[in-house]
Design a protein around this ligand. Structure first.
Ligand code: GTP
Length: 454
């Protein structure tokens, strides 16, 4: 996500050296580079102008305190202005309505409306414990209605039937009456998408809006379309009272133009990011965290939240116990860790949230981490329980047997054993209080306010 913009900005920020006040030349040079970076990222021109003006004005007036170098001071200004451009504070989804709270999904064809409807239904069901019903008012494409039926089944929410030929308003009103009868908390109405903004489409969505009185009207838009995404959102906002925007396909967007333009161009907050095709790939939009990611500082808070959601707390506690005991870390634990990481989904999405993650990701482009981990698990599966507990037993003939059993070369078994040794050493350090050291090391790389206070 936004790799190109991040690497440009990191270079600009790294180029500000020296001590004392930021000089006018330094500020002008950095501002020029920033403008280039934002143009390349396909950010809308008025947004760029406003952003650069503000950064310049603040940088000229900045007092350099003893604790900040000019580079750090400039970084902080850029971070804060990016946060403002992205919307300031996070605006969570609003469900404050007489239930069922209605959410109307709008957007062009192929923007990811139906996928997002499923993701949102899943999130509201699993995280907020809401009773959700979904309905499709896309009466032009039977495939769209069928797609929503399948998605609803996958995430385990009720799908209200609709069919081609019915009127969208009649479908939505019937679904609302049904949701009331069922005491549902939320009704999500997916609507028809067209390839371009047209009058008929706008009239239809306006009628739907009037019929179901939604508490949220979300505009779903493909972030890969850059600043055009913000323009389309504005055209919709002129026709219906939008309450927020969902930017999809952020996982494939290396530029960031849509994210940086939407708020300024539409005045509407970005509420969610679609970060993959699967139903759990929806992130709440936090402007400050995204700003940190854009300047290469990572997003440790989201990483911690995401990890906490997916890691099995009981297993983690058991491992911690075991690390402290005499038994120590063995190949069973190594396999368990691999399986847990695989469970967390794509490693790339985790790495990109680490400080400097965009660069690491660029270097990892050719490595298929998921496949590598699968191989490790297969090799460990071919070992006997005894070998997993006492890896030092694994000598030449056992290595050959394990390699044959898992369909790999002996070198792969050696590689795994070396990786295991390194991990075991690291685990020992963590168990002996090395975590504190690790965090102190990280502290130097994170902007003020992001490190947990101790
Ligand atoms: N990589 C990625 N793909 C996504 C994301 N969101 C949606 N997609 C994909 O985009 C394509 C279009 O998504 P749909 O949900 O069918 O789009 P739609 O807006 O409902 O389209 P219509 O029903 O034709 O109006 C599908 O292949 C989705 O899997 C995302 O966040 N990341």
């Amino acid at each position: 996500m936004f790799e190109n913009l991040t690497s440009r900005l990191t270079r600009v920020l790294d180029s500000i050296r020296g001590q004392g006040r930021l000089t006018e030349e330094q500020i002008s040079a950095a501002a020029r580079e920033l403008r280039m970076a934002l143009l390349e990222a396909d950010v809308a021109l008025p947004v760029i102008k406003d952003f650069i003006d503000k950064v310049k004005a603040r940088a000229l007036g900045v007092e350099i305190t003893q604790s900040l170098t000019p580079g750090q001071a400039f970084l902080r200004i850029v971070q804060q202005e990016l946060t403002t451009t992205l919307g300031g504070t996070a605006e969570p989804i609003n469900l404050r309505a007489q239930p069922p709270a209605v959410i109307l999904m709008a957007g062009l064809q192929g923007s990811g409306k139906t996928t997002t409807t499923g993701k949102l239904a899943r999130k509201l069901k699993t995280e907020d414990k809401k009773n959700v019903i979904v309905v499709s008012a896309d009466v032009y494409r039977p495939a769209a209605i069928e797609q929503l039926r399948i998605v609803a089944g996958q995430v385990g929410v009720e799908w209200f039937p609709s069919a081609v030929g019915e009127s969208p308003v009649a479908i939505a009103t019937a679904a609302l009456a049904h949701a009331r009868k069922q005491y549902a908390d939320v009704l999500i109405v997916d609507t028809a998408g067209r390839t371009t903004v047209d009058q008929e489409m706008m009239a239809e969505i306006a009628q739907l809006h009037a019929a179901v009185n939604p508490v949220e009207t979300l505009f779903v838009v493909d972030s890969m379309t850059g600043q055009d995404a913000a323009k389309t959102a504005r055209a919709f906002a002129d026709a219906v009272p939008l309450t927020g925007v969902v930017l999809t396909k952020i996982d494939g967007d290396s530029r960031g133009g849509a994210a940086l333009s939407v708020r300024h161009v539409t005045g509407k907050p970005i509420k969610f990011l679609g970060v993959g095709e699967k139903s759990d790939k929806l992130e709440v939009f936090h402007p400050d965290r995204i700003a940190n990611r854009i300047i290469g500082q990572g997003d440790m808070l989201s990483l911690i939240e995401e990890t906490a959601k997916k890691v099995d707390a009981e297993k983690a506690a058991k491992l911690a116990q075991k690390l402290k005991s005499k038994k120590g870390f063995d190949l069973e634990d190594f396999r368990e860790q691999m399986l847990q990481v695989q469970n967390m989904g794509s490693i790339e999405s985790l790495i990109e949230k680490l400080p400097g993650g965009a660069q690491i990701q660029a270097q990892m482009k050719n490595v298929n981490a998921g496949k590598e981990m699968g191989k490790v698990v297969a090799i460990i599966n071919s070992m006997t329980p005894q070998e997993r507990k006492f890896p030092d037993l694994i000598k030449a003939s056992r290595k050959r047997r394990i390699a044959a059993g898992s369909g790999v070369e002996v070198q792969e078994v050696n590689k795994l054993l070396r990786q295991f040794d390194t991990t075991r050493d690291m685990m020992k350090k963590v168990a002996n209080g090395g975590m504190a050291k690790l965090m102190r090391g990280l502290a130097g790389r994170l902007p003020p306010g992001m490190m947990p206070r101790r």
